[in-house]
Design a binder for this molecule. Structure first.
Ligand SMILES: NC(=O)c1ccc[n+]([C@@H]2O[C@H](COP(=O)([O-])OP(=O)(O)OC[C@H]3O[C@@H](n4cnc5c(N)ncnc54)[C@H](O)[C@@H]3O)[C@@H](O)[C@H]2O)c1
Length: 278
């Protein structure tokens, strides 16, 4: 029996290998949670190119790994920009696994990066749609069923260090993640009466698939240095002397989803080795 035995967790954007979503799913499964792996499943248009998304075969492979932990796992394709798809995802958890207890808004895009003067209106909207509106839709879809069930719940957004500090070439990304700080503060007030907590986890850099793309972009385009030199400089300025690992974020999510965190809500918790102090 683990801390999450008998509970069901939905993790959006968890269908990509090496991603934070995969690590969170595996972590919650190891402690007994039944898992719904959800992702967009296929490239849709320029905002979700094939090389950056969790495809359906990848989603199934991750669900297969999770079943090896001895829990139930299912997959459900869902575009977080569509409220009705998010509601269907929440219903899928209840219909397939019997309840919806934990919802992690992890889906995000961080590969539309440009100098401010080159950003188009479509670039801006594409990032806000996934990273901020997608989290709002997730909170709403999850809370609708959690309130109805009357057993409380846990909602966690994967925000970022970019929820607290600015970054060049990332106006929309930084704004979307800062927006999540306000979103949890507001949602937590209304959902507290239902024993539903709503928090953000704010990781600094992690070399996931997205993180590896960002290493290339920031080292070459912004810094004009090698990826190795860029990563070395990054590690040097982090008090704990290394970038984040997917497990660091997964550990923080597991804590916020546990009974031990029942009195913690509206928080934006840094997981940054001390790099982000506020
Ligand atoms: N890697 C980092 O350094 C880092 C740091 C801080 C925060 N984050 C955040 O963590 C989260 C996960 O990032 P990651 O690094 O694991 O990247 P990733 O690319 O591995 O995962 C992101 C997932 O989101 C999915 N996605 C994109 N658009 C979607 C949509 N419309 N609907 C459903 N799913 C969609 C992708 O298919 C992908 O599987 C993101 O929100 C990201 O902003 C990452």
């Amino acid at each position: 029996m683990g801390r999450f035995s008998g509970k069901t967790a939905v993790i959006t954007g968890s269908g990509r290998r090496k991603g934070l979503g995969e690590a969170i799913a595996l972590r919650l499964a190891r402690e007994g949670a039944n898992i719904v792996i959800s992702d967009i499943g296929k490239a849709a248009e320029p905002a979700t190119p094939a090389e950056h998304i969790g495809a359906t075969d990848e989603m199934e492979a991750i669900a297969g790994d999770i079943r090896k932990a001895g829990v139930a796992a299912s997959t459900k394709v869902c575009d977080v920009r569509d409220l009705e798809q998010m509601r269907a995802l929440a219903r899928h958890a209840v219909d397939t696994h019997g309840s919806l207890d934990i919802w992690v808004n992890n889906a995000g895009i961080g590969y539309i990066m440009k100098p401010l003067l080159d950003v188009t209106a479509d670039d801006w909207r594409a990032v806000i749609d996934v990273n901020l509106t997608g989290c709002f839709f997730g909170i709403k879809a999850a809370a609708e069923l959690m309130v109805k069930a009357g057993k409380g719940g846990r909602i966690v957004n994967i925000a970022s260090q970019a929820a607290k500090s600015g970054f060049p070439h990332a106006q929309a990304y930084t704004s979307s993640k800062h927006g999540l700080v306000g979103l949890v503060r507001s949602a937590a007030i209304e959902l507290g009466a239902h024993a539903i907590t709503v928090n953000n986890v704010c990781p600094n850099h992690v070399t996931t698939g997205l993180g590896a793309w960002q290493n290339e972009y920031f080292s070459k385009v912004v810094g004009a240095v090698s990826v190795e030199a860029y990563l070395e400089a990054m590690a040097g300025r982090i008090p704990l002397k290394r970038p984040g690992k997917p497990e660091d974020t997964a550990n923080a999510v597991a804590f916020l989803c546990s009974d031990e965190a029942e009195y913690i809500t509206a928080e934006s918790m840094n997981v940054s080795g001390g790099e982000e102090p506020h």
